[in-house]
Design a protein around this ligand. Structure first.
Ligand code: ZN
Length: 115
């Protein structure tokens, strides 16, 4: 798990480097990353893995903001898609408890700011 997380962070850093090159940034100030609701890595783990890459001068002093996306479910009765706030949630449209969770994995870069 940690190995694949390290690989994911490596890919993120590569994306950030591309974005910096495209915008002519010499250093990155802010990075916003979104984390899928079903992603097993925590924001804390992600932050500490990211910190291992800070010997890269481009991101050395950047601020990393991680947004965890909320869990979504689809009601199997009426098809409504809603945010699951607690395990025994019901569909807010029809009240059914017959639902399937929508898989939401992956780590992606939402925005990069630099100068
Ligand atoms: Zn429903």
């Amino acid at each position: 798990m940690i190995l694949s997380a390290r690989y994911a962070v490596m890919r993120l850093v590569a994306l950030i480097e591309e974005e910096a090159a495209r915008n002519g940034y010499e250093r990155i100030t802010n990075i916003v990353i979104t984390l899928g609701a079903q992603e097993s890595i925590s924001t804390h783990q992600l932050t500490s893995i990211f910190d291992e890459f800070r010997n890269n001068s481009l991101i050395k002093n950047s601020r990393l903001i991680i947004k965890k996306r909320s869990t979504l479910a689809r009601c199997r009765y009426c098809g409504n898609i809603f945010e699951v706030l607690y395990v025994k949630n019901r569909c807010p449209m029809c009240g059914s408890t017959y639902m399937e969770f929508i898989s939401d994995r992956g780590i992606s870069v939402e925005s990069v700011e630099g100068e």
